[in-house]
Design a protein around this ligand. Structure first.
Ligand code: NAD
Ligand code: MG
Length: 396
């Protein structure tokens, strides 16, 4: 029996994780469920999965949850605050941690799981984008087991020889081919992107996801973040990672070897597959996913990414090559700009402008500690808030 803590339980990945766990109650026990503020959703999950602990970051929401838990007669300890996220990943009864908080807020609880030497199922790509080498060094130092859940990285993990995925560079790997659906605006010219709304940007053709990553997919910033994520996970350089647009989202990524072999992982676009892979590894579990029907799919297409219409991808590739604090600035500025776009304070095409501006305005630095990562994130957010207000003013 493995104990599992789910960080970000009420989100898209969290819900899919609980669906897989619910199918395998004989193998897994839910130790803790966490979320930011949605006490209703977390309470419903508590009723179904009976964790020992439930955490809400926001205190008032945690009080409401505690009342609901008390009235229902459940014996669940309700905690609040960011610190509590770190406490519930360190518990001795917790073996696996699903890291599915969205954004930079995921960094510290994910690192806490790494430092506690747990099996970490990494959905929160932002933590690896921000902390990069420092994160991977901690994985090694504390003997944690890192399994990528992002569908592309999980695909690469499956196509690598054993041991690939915790920062090791397996022998004979020439390139990683990272597939991208191209998002809802694939094939659109820049001009047409001017009037895009949050609802359009969040309507992904193949995947149902949280709002932040949906916008990142629409700008293709998501693929840029994933290039940075992949370089650290698989001990390679951005130059050896090729983004391939594949509109069907059936081939989740590929690994090219020195002898010319190219291995791919295929499946329906359903996050329960990589989640079940991470939970069961090296065993395979039923994920409840429809079998892949190649005859009904018929064709698989591959295209070169359009860097003109999707400048966020080139900004991210440049930040990947620059290293140092550039990925932290990129990520922070993007989070601020995406939030402003979702709140209809910033036009879609200005997301790239804000990120570009902040990358140029914050001094470049080498980063040697997690404290320096957090400080750089803070400074970049301040610069991004200013740049967002200025860009919104120009657009009005
Ligand atoms: P989501 O917005 O649906 O859910 C986010 C979860 O994190 C919620 O439970 C929310 O309560 C919690 N949360 C939000 N802010 C928080 C904070 N400040 N502190 C603590 N908890 C907080 O997001 P999602 O789509 O499930 O994505 C989660 C992560 O997984 C992201 O990093 C995303 O890039 C990655 N990911 C998601 C998908 C997908 O299919 N959704 C695929 C690949 C990778
Ligand atoms: Mg992905």
């Amino acid at each position: 029996m493995k104990g599992v803590t789910v960080l970000g339980a009420t989100g898209s990945i969290g819900v899919s994780t609980l669906a897989v766990l619910g199918q395998h109650r004989d193998r897994f026990r839910v130790v803790a469920l966490t979320a930011r503020a949605d006490f209703d959703a977390l309470f419903r999950q508590c009723l179904e999965h009976r964790p020992h602990f439930a955490v809400l970051v926001e205190e008032a929401a945690a009080r409401r949850l505690a009342e609901l838990v008390h009235a229902s007669g459940l014996t669940i300890q309700v905690l609040s605050g960011r610190q509590a996220l770190e406490e519930v990943v360190r518990l001795p009864e917790c073996d696996y941690v699903m890291a599915a908080v969205v954004g930079a807020a995921g960094l510290l609880p994910t690192l806490a799981a790494v430092r506690a030497g747990k099996r970490v199922l990494l959905a929160n790509k932002e933590s690896l984008v921000m902390a990069g080498r420092l994160f991977i060094d901690e994985v090694r130092r504390y003997g944690a087991e890192l399994i990528p859940i992002d569908s592309e990285h999980n695909a690469v993990f499956q196509c690598m020889p054993a041991g690939g995925g915790s920062g090791n560079a397996p022998q004979g790997v020439r390139r990683i081919l990272l597939t991208a659906s191209g998002g809802p605006f694939r094939g659109w010219p820049q001009e047409k992107l001017r009037t895009v709304t949050p609802a359009q940007a969040c309507a992904h053709p193949n995947w149902i996801m949280g709002r932040k990553i949906s916008v990142d997919s629409a700008t293709m910033m998501n693929k840029g973040l994933e290039v940075i994520e992949a370089r650290w996970l698989f001990g390679t350089t951005p130059e050896r990672i090729q983004v391939v647009v594949h509109p069907q989202s059936i081939v989740h990524s590929l690994v090219e070897y020195a002898d010319g072999s190219v291995l791919a992982q295929l499946g329906n676009p359903d996050m329960r597959t990589p989640i079940a892979c991470g939970l069961g590894w090296p065993e395979r579990l039923d994920a409840g996913v429809e079998p892949l029907d190649l005859f009904s799919i018929g064709r698989l297409e591959f295209e070169v990414p359009d860097m003109q219409s999707f400048p966020c991808l080139s900004l991210a590739m440049a930040a990947a090559r620059a290293g140092g604090n550039a990925p932290i600035i990129l990520n922070a500025a993007n989070e601020v700009a995406v939030q402003a776009f979702l709140e209809e304070r910033l036009p879609f095409i200005a997301i790239a402008e804000v990120v570009d501006h902040v990358l140029q305005s914050v001094a470049s630095l080498e980063i040697d500690s997690i404290e320096a990562v957090l400080e750089c994130d803070r400074l970049a957010r301040m610069a991004a808030a200013q740049a967002t207000a200025a860009a919104a003013g120009r657009a009005a």
